[in-house]
Design a protein around this ligand. Structure first.
Ligand code: NAI
Ligand code: HPV
Length: 627
């Protein structure tokens, strides 16, 4: 996606006139406001449920999927494919309990061993894809999905086979199953450690070949030896715990692990060099990332104790495999036990696999019955939840927002999106929006206010009306950046009820011209402000004018000479043209000078009706805004 400013897209809003010619106008008047509520729509109860959110788990995303489902349906060119049930493609073997759960929710297709081309051909008809480590979910797959794919579920931990950047760009949520196979992987690590030390695999092969070679397969003992656990996460710490039980001295290296967690199980966290240079056994448990790619190479092997033994149940790519063969050949590394490989399956003639001092298994770390049933259920729950628009505890490419935070922010989420939508419609067509400032007034300590969700929704509100992008928590920041839109946030700590997480949200758009000059502040920024009242988002300020109108439907903003009869005149025009007014609020700065009217309307007035409003002599400017 090429970086673009959103100026050209803003031209699309040109139609949303009428208005008086755009101009920058400053005002230094202080404001007061006068509000009349004509009628109120029934209070729409805002809850996590009607936001598509669930509060049962520590969570991530929001209505990612519920929203994008609408979009994808609109984009799906194949009418026969519009089915009420989502289609879930499972591309690798998954435990039955997970499949049953998926089948109770959607149409499940299990197609194993698809080529990239076959996967790309299929994916545009799928709402979700569930993979293990064998399916490469590349950028091409997301492109081929044409916006329909909403969630990729990785039935396991490592997500290095999923192009996360592409998923994020396409607004596709990626979830994994991070806990159910931890023990299986740790047990496999210990199995490889012991099997390698005692030459179990080699001795087994030798006996099956009719030999009895007791002298050849003398092993080494584990007790008292030092094991370096590289990556002290879920698997690494379980390996450490078990190795301690075998009487090993365990040290670990992990730049991000808390030292107290290591200390609690009697493990010292040490530097990378200290770990590899003092260990008799080195067990790898870090993810494959650009930083860890080939982190074990000629240089690192050279720093290791001569005769070190290496176990890898993490990812093949963390080892430079050619360097490992060299280290095995020259005796730096005495033995290696490997479950994972850079290329899987590795080439048949792989020197590493064929090496006499190497014990190999075909990526079996997670392959126990228990772990496979566990990951299947874990991933099925996450994918179904995501398809329902609920929260996932295991989203990989979206910020974590704890449920209690979400629950209290729910009404502000709606407010944030509506303020974004309103603010962008006040920009005159042709002005490029590059800079948005959001000011949150709250009595909460700034550290105690998580605004990522709100920022995402403001971004959504600003970008969606003027582009064909659809925005969710997954791709909001990315899309804003791509479009050259900078969103800065400011917190103002005020003295108010600590029960409300936020008192008001102000959205300012800088360096643009406005269709409605009264929305400009002295600094030239378009500014609108809103708050939540009784659970309903309200617009409470436009530029320097205080108003109070519920943000439920469409809105007309008028600036007029503050004189008697204006409400009646405009109300009559709307009434005569069958447009129902839901709310009306008048705000003014100084009595009998200027005022603005904010009118909530149930129906969109036609052009003639709007023109009649514009023709009222005391009306100086007005704009119709679509919520
Ligand atoms: N062979 C198999 O079938 C299985 C393999 N795995 C793999 O095992 C690895 C670990 O999985 P989990 O423990 O569940 O993940 P985890 O996320 O709980 O732990 C990974 C740890 O590595 C640490 N880390 C990151 N960069 C590091 C670096 N440069 N140096 C040292 N540590 C670093 C992280 O801080 C984290 O604590 C992953 O690569 C995963 O894909 C997991 C399950 C099964
Ligand atoms: O969970 C992981 O990271 C694994 O490596 C397990 O992979 P698998 O699901 O068995 O292909």
């Amino acid at each position: 996606m090429a970086a673009t400013s959103i100026s050209s897209a803003a031209n699309k809003l040109k139609d949303q006139k009428p208005l008086f010619s755009p101009q920058k106008k400053s005002s230094n008047l202080s404001s007061s406001h006068l509000s009349f509520t004509y009628s109120s729509n029934s209070l729409q109860k805002l809850s996590l449920k009607n936001l598509g959110l669930r509060s049962s788990t520590v969570c991530n995303v929001l209505k990612t999927v519920a929203e994008s489902e609408l979009v994808s349906k609109a984009r799906d060119p194949d009418p026969v494919n519009i089915s009420p049930k989502p289609t879930i493609l499972v591309s690798e073997k998954l435990g039955e309990a997970g499949l049953d759960l998926l089948r109770s929710f959607g149409n499940v297709e299990c197609l194993y061993g698809l080529s990239q081309d076959e996967l790309c051909a299929k994916i545009a008809k799928c709402d979700a894809l569930i993979v293990r480590s064998g399916t490469k979910v590349t950028r091409q797959v997301f492109e081929a999905a044409k916006g329909r794919l909403k969630v990729v579920g990785r039935a396991g931990v490592g997500i290095d086979n999923v192009d996360l950047q592409a998923a994020t760009e396409f607004g596709c949520l990626v979830v994994n199953a991070p806990t159910a196979n931890t023990i299986a992987a740790a047990e496999h690590g210990i199995a490889l450690l012991a099997a390698m030390a005692r030459n179990v695999a080699q001795a087994d092969a030798s006996m099956k070949a009719g030999k009895w070679e007791r002298g050849k397969y003398v092993g080494v003992s584990l007790v008292g030896k030092t094991l370096a656990v590289m990556g002290f996460g879920k698997v690494g710490s379980e390996v450490a715990r078990r190795a301690k039980g075998l009487g090993m001295h365990v040290i670990a290296h992990d730049p991000y692990a808390p030292a107290d967690r290591a200390r609690a199980i009697g493990v010292d966290l040490v530097s990378f060099d200290q770990a590899i240079s003092t260990a008799d056994f080195v067990s790898l448990h870090m993810p494959l990332t650009p930083k860890t790619n080939k982190i074990f190479n000629d240089d690192t092997f050279a720093k290791m104790k001569k005769g070190v033994r290496i176990i890898n149940v993490a990812r093949g790519g963390v080892i430079d495999e050619e360097a490992l063969v060299r280290a095995l050949d020259n005796g730096t590394v005495a033995q290696a036990a490997l479950d994972v490989f850079t290329e899987e399956p590795p080439p048949k003639d792989s020197k590493l696999v064929q090496h006499a001092n190497v014990t190999v298994t075909p990526h079996l770390g997670a392959s126990t019955k228990e772990a496979q049933e566990g990951v299947a259920v874990e991933i099925a729950e996450a994918v179904v939840g995501a398809l329902k628009g609920e929260l996932s505890a295991t989203a990989v490419n979206a910020p974590m927002v704890p449920p209690e935070v979400l629950s209290e922010l729910a009404p502000y989420v709606t407010l944030a999106e509506k303020l974004g939508r309103l603010a962008v419609q006040l920009v005159a067509g042709g002005s490029g929006i590059q800079s948005v400032k959001v000011v949150y007034s709250s009595s909460r300590d700034p550290d105690n206010l998580d605004t990522r969700l709100l920022r995402a929704m403001i971004t959504k509100g600003i970008i969606e009306p003027i582009s064909d992008a659809y925005i969710n928590l997954v791709n909001a920041d990315f899309t804003a950046k791509q479009k050259g839109l900078r969103i800065s946030e400011e917190r103002v700590v005020i003295d108010s009820s600590p029960e409300n997480p936020i008192e008001s949200i102000q959205v300012q758009i800088s360096n643009v011209q406005s269709k409605f000059a009264s929305a400009l502040l002295d600094n030239g920024n378009i500014s609108i402000e809103g708050r939540v009242k009784y659970g309903i988002p309200h617009l409470t300020r436009v530029g320097s004018f205080g108003v109070d109108v519920s943000l439920e439907r469409n809105l007309i903003l008028c600036r007029q000479v503050d004189q008697p009869g204006m409400i009646g005149k405009v109300g009559n025009i709307l009434g005569e043209n069958n447009v129902n007014v839901s709310f009306m609020s008048v705000g003014r700065t100084v009595k009998r000078t200027k005022a603005i009217m904010a009118i909530g309307v149930d129906e969109e007035p036609d052009k003639d009706t709007l023109k009649k409003i514009g023709d009222v002599p005391a009306i100086e400017e007005f704009v119709f805004l679509d919520l």
